[in-house]
Design a protein around this ligand. Structure first.
Ligand code: ZN
Length: 106
């Protein structure tokens, strides 16, 4: 994909609230609860982090918190708060956002 000056970023598909910088995109190989494609980011902005809870995911049990757009309240994905498996600890603090919920902008 071409990049037109500035730093490309991803915004909320519903309200255009900027949510994450393209340079913070770590992986496109994630899947949301529904099976939808999702991206992993090292950092997200303008999101509300919900209450953390333990959740069983494909790669094990994690403490996660759902994240929402701070402007329109759209549920976007989740944040890995804590990994119980030491081999998954690199995911701690990372954000998973469903691809269908965001738009790439320049
Ligand atoms: Zn929004």
């Amino acid at each position: 994909m071409a990049e037109y000056g500035g730093n490309p970023f991803f915004s909320c598909r519903s309200c255009k609230n900027p949510l994450a910088l393209h340079e913070d995109l770590l992986s496109k190989k994630y899947w949301a609860k529904s099976g939808a494609a999702a991206y992993m980011f090292s950092h997200a902005m303008n999101v509300i982090v919900g209450q953390k809870e333990d959740r069983k995911l494909i790669t094990g049990v994690f403490s996660v918190a759902d994240i929402y757009c701070s402007n329109c309240g759209q549920e976007l994905g989740w944040k890995y708060v804590q990994a119980y498996d030491p081999r998954q600890m690199h995911k701690e603090g990372k954000f998973i956002i469903e691809r269908a919920k965001i738009l790439k902008e320049y």
